[in-house]
Structures are given as structure tokens and as C-alpha cells.
Design a protein around this ligand. Sequence first.
Ligand SMILES: Cc1ncc(COP(=O)(O)O)c(C=O)c1O
Length: 408
Amino acid sequence: MSVMVDKLTPFVYASRVPQTAPMGAAQATSRADVIPLSYGSPVSDSFPYEALQLAASEAIMSQGNEALQYTGADGPAVVRKWISERSALRGIETKPETVLVTYGSGQAIDFACRAILEPGDHVWVESPTFFGALNTFRSSEAVLTAFPIDAEGLRVDLVEEALIAADHAGKPLPKLLYCIPNYHNPGGVSLSVDRRKRLAELAQTYNFFILEDDAYSELNFEEEYLPAVYTFAPQRTIYLGTFSKTIAPGIRVGWAIASAEAISKLGSFFHGSRASVFTQQIVANLLRSYSLAEHIKQLVERYRKQRDCMLASLDNYFGDAVEYTIPQGGFFVWLRFKEEVDTSELVKFAAERGVSFIDGRQFYLTPDEGKHEARLSFSYCESESLELGVARLAEAYIAYLAERNQRS
Ligand SMILES: Cc1ncc(COP(=O)(O)O)c(C=O)c1O
């Protein structure tokens, strides 16, 4: 029996396929005249091109026999040594069996979900939070509950109240709590040390895992490393790091640190092959021949300048029309507009005037939250463009208010 192609019955894909359009890169615009304050990406000319070229060439020409082969091995020791030394700055002690190198930290979030969650299990998240992680939790068919953040990060007191209430009422407790403790995406804030300790105690008392996503802590404008939440509950925390913000996201090398037991569970989702040994070999060669620590210092200087430029422009063009917490690292400024402003409408006015940003609702569980908020990234554009971008945003804001007032 043959069926005409245009008569095919629509195929029903699994309900876990995310309904939302992919964000981030998808909000990228191909219009060269648009200043992309929406991009949460490192600035492309900061990549260590020459050092990477040499490192890649060595990985092919001198180490290709192994680096280009199928392998079940862990990858080069130099990468693990770097991970272990940098983790020590945050108080984390590692052993070979407590580190898993992954295809970016995004894969580690996915593996953590697969290892920990059954469909219908509860995951508690920050509100707002990183949409990439939200999509992964949704794909795991988890039930999500969100808790607000303030200038000191996640409101751990509210998490505690909710845990006590759920426990008393015999309601489900979370199996996983996802948090971004340093230079939050999108909030820009960091979790205070007291709250880190309390959160860790709660994870131990109520027996859930904390998924500590530390994508930004190397981009630290204060040269201060707060102890990782992991240090207070190593048996109940999975700590995630990445080279995406320090070398380049296209390298796709990240890692998870957890108990040997948890790491062996996460690692079991590599079927056969591990994370690419080829890209790990490139990173290893880079670490041997080039000072990544020095490179990070330069990145920090640059991003600090860009942050200062964005904040000065915001103060200049918006005055008290917006509020924000000054980010001490990372990529993002999280703006709170007055209640009269709906940022998903402002996005359109901004696009017409040649600037993009991400409206707040993309970072929440439900579309009626985050209406008055917006994420601006200072990482991708040079200072001159940042200032022009904010000026265009201010024009868009004035035009938006004028049109809205006309409507009402
Ligand atoms: C908070 C957070 N976690 C994880 C990631 C993903 O990082 P990776 O490139 O290592 O998968 C990002 C990237 O934007 C991020 O902002």
C-alpha cells in the first residue's frame, strides 16, 4: 500500500518536546543594523583564536590517533587538573571519580534530570531563571514551582517555609532545586553565603539535590570567590561549570562535580563514548601553551568596562524610569520598569529602532509574570554599541509610552 505524501496523517511527537521556541540564539537577528543587547554570548573577538588554532592543529596532527578515535576514556588529565584547581578557589575538593566532563554544562543539566527525575517529580527553581534549564526540566516532565530572588539571590526563607508546609501537609517535596548562585542569568545577583549554607542544610534535611549552575563565576569583577553551595552539602549538590564563557561556547566543554555515586549515575547516560575527547584535547593543549588565567583577567577587565558603560547609559537615558541591582560579574543587567510598561510590547518598538533585548516573561514559568522586566546583556557588544543600544531603547520607550497613552 502506498500513500500520497500530501495525504500523510500528521505525526504525533512526544509531549515532552518543548512547546516554546528555542531562546537565546533564536532571538538573534540577522539584521546587521540591530544592536543585540539580547545576546547572552561572549564577545566573539575575545576568543583566543591563534592559541586555539595551534591547539586544534596539535590535537589532529600529533594526538589524532587517540583524539580522533572512539574512546570510553575520561579525556586528558590536564583539563581535569584545571577544573580541580579552579574549583578549589570556591572551596570544592575533587577526586577523579567526582568530576564528569560533559558537552557543555547544558548536557550536565540534562543528565542530572535523567538521573534524578521520574515524570511528575517536583523541581523547584528560581524566579526568574535561565530558560535553557526550564526547557530541560519541562522535557523531563517535571512539576515546576518557582521562588523569587532578591538582591541576595534566591529567597531561601521562602523555600524553607514551603518545605515545612509541604512536609506537614504530606505534599510532594522537590527532588531537585536549581539555582544560579553567581551573577545570575538573568537577575545579575549572587546568593549570599548565609543563604548558601541554609539552602545546603535544607537539601540535607529534606533529601533533595541542589543543581548549582555556576556558569559565570570566573567573570568576577570583585576578584572574590564565594564558597560554592556544594561545599556545604557535597552529598546533595551537583555543581556545574563550563568553558563556554571563558574559552568559547562552540568548544562545548563543561563539567559536573558531585559525589562519586551521583557522578556514576550521570555518566551512565553517555552510551559508549564520553564527551568529545577531540575538543577536550584542544582545551588541554590550550591550557598547556597559553595562560587561560591571564585570558580570564583580560575578559573580566573588558566585561567590567562594558558593564560600567551600560549602567552609565541606563542612568543617563532612563534615570529613575528603571531599577536594577548592579551585577558584580557575569553578562546581564536585569531591568525593572514601572508597572505601566509591558516589556513584550516594548520589544517590538525596540526592534523597529534597531535594538534587541529579551522581555522578562521568557524567564518565568507562566506568561503573566515578568511583564515589567527585561534582560539586557553587556557581554556581546563593545561600549560604543552598548551606549547607542541603550539610547535606541530609550527612544523606543518614549515612543511606546506615547502610543500607549494615546490608546488609553
Ligand atoms: C545559567 C546558564 N547555565 C548554563 C548555560 C549553558 O552553558 P553551556 O554552554 O556550558 O552549555 C548558560 C548559557 O547561556 C547559562 O546562562
